[in-house]
Design a protein around this ligand. Structure first.
Ligand code: FAD
Length: 373
């Protein structure tokens, strides 16, 4: 499929997703309690069959779901994405027993997943992580340390946890574990963030894990993390594109209606040209997201570079577009509860998580020099 256009089935599906988000998901999202997982919302995502499509349907499907939901209901979008981020390592690297235990419940929205990579001392430099997996008997470890800024923590039902099995080995000494939330020694606290979804810190006090809990192979967990991020980075871009489009839609409507100085705002050339610029940049970001997702689905060699480019361009673009939209709406956009006030809070964090914009540039440059060798 060409990267620059969607086929009619995809276009119709996106329209259907936007309608479902408005009719079935937004009413549930409006009942969200700040800092808590909205379980009825996740269960509805399951009933609608959307969580099912997270696994094995490809990156373009994931991006179209995220873009379409974000345009109408960012809470539903994020709840969907977090199920995917937390459970993708189980889908891609889990044993049959791990997959059977968790994936049906994730798909139906009755088990909440989370992806626990970041630590107080290891954010952008994820390979510096120090959550210790100390040997405990012939086929076990004890996890000791902390994770922070983990979406869905501490209310998730299981965590994909990245821990250090070989000290001093950097990225080569990390193992991915599937840790159910009820393991003894695992506790957590919620963190109050600008970003409107539940986030917390986790504390591991000699939490027991065995070979049955390993995702993939011991000491090969960093690949599990990076493989997951290569799939999810373009989709963070899709989330951003959906938010940018929502801000643009609102701005088109508002500037056509709002009268000032004897006519609608849209008759001012500086206003109309800003709207054109917002649309131009949103469309460019969208095309780059679709191209990166298509490259992932085709198994292209340059996925890390394209994924980084898509995430970088789309998240920076969305910040610009939402900021412009706020400006063109004036004071009303800053009133609590306004769509743009919500988007203004939502749009900031994606420039930091799953690799800050500076880290995406690092990846792009590294890949460019590697290709040039
Ligand atoms: C809303 C939200 C949700 C999150 N959810 C999760 C989650 O579910 N799971 C998870 O594991 N983590 C999660 N995170 C954590 C996120 O991945 C980290 O915040 C991110 O990797 C950056 O790490 P840090 O915050 O420690 O910043 P630091 O690594 O301390 O970096 C701070 C800043 O320094 C600059 N910088 C860093 N390195 C470089 C460099 N090499 N070159 C130039 N500049 C650089 C960048 O501007 C960067 O933003 C979440 C974060 C947020 C905000």
């Amino acid at each position: 499929m060409p990267a620059f256009s969607l086929d009619p089935d995809h276009t119709a599906w996106c329209a259907e997703l936007r309608a479902l988000a408005g009719e079935r998901l937004r009413p549930l999202a409006e009942k969200s309690e700040p800092g808590h997982v909205n379980r009825p919302l996740v269960a509805e995502l399951g009933r609608l069959g959307l969580l099912d499509r997270l696994f094995g349907s490809g990156a373009l499907d994931l991006c179209l779901m995220r873009e379409s939901l974000a345009r109408t209901c960012t809470e539903a979008e994020t709840a969907l994405a977090l199920q995917g981020l937390g459970a993708h390592p189980v889908h891609a690297h889990g044993t049959p027993a791990q997959r059977d235990r968790w994936l049906p419940a994730v798909r139906e929205g009755t088990a909440i997943a989370a992806f626990a990579l970041t630590e107080p001392g290891a954010g952008s430099d994820a390979a510096a992580l120090s959550l210790t997996a100390a040997p405990d008997g012939p086929a076990g470890w004890r996890l000791t340390g902390g994770k922070c800024w983990i979406s869905n923590a501490p209310e998730a039902d299981f965590y994909t946890v990245f821990a250090r099995t070989t000290p001093g080995a950097g990225a080569r000494g990390v193992t991915a574990f599937l840790v159910p939330a009820d393991r003894p020694g695992l506790t957590g606290t919620a963190l109050d963030m600008l970003s409107p979804h539940p986030i917390g810190a986790l504390d591991f006090d000699a939490v027991p894990v065995t070979a049955d809990d390993v995702l993939g192979e011991p000491d090969r967990g960093f690949r599990v993390a990076m493989g997951t991020l290569n799939l999810f980075r373009p989709s963070v871009g899709a989330f951003a594109v959906g938010m940018a489009q929502a801000a643009l839609d609102a701005t088109l409507e508002h500037t056509a209606r709002r009268e000032a100085f004897g006519g609608p705002l849209r008759d001012r050339q500086t206003v109309a040209h800003q709207v054109a610029e917002m649309a131009l940049r949103t469309e460019a970001a969208r095309l780059m997201v679709y191209a990166a997702a298509t490259a992932y689905d085709d198994g292209a060699a340059d996925v890390p570079k394209r994924a980084a480019m898509a995430k970088l361009l789309a998240t920076e673009t969305a910040q610009y577009v939402v900021d412009r939209a706020v400006q063109l709406h004036g004071a009303r956009a800053l009133r609590r509860g306004h769509l743009l006030e919500h988007l203004y809070r939502e749009v900031r964090a994606p420039r930091v998580y799953e690799g800050a914009s500076e880290i995406q540039r690092e990846i792009i440059a590294k890949e460019l020099y590697r290709e040039a060798q």
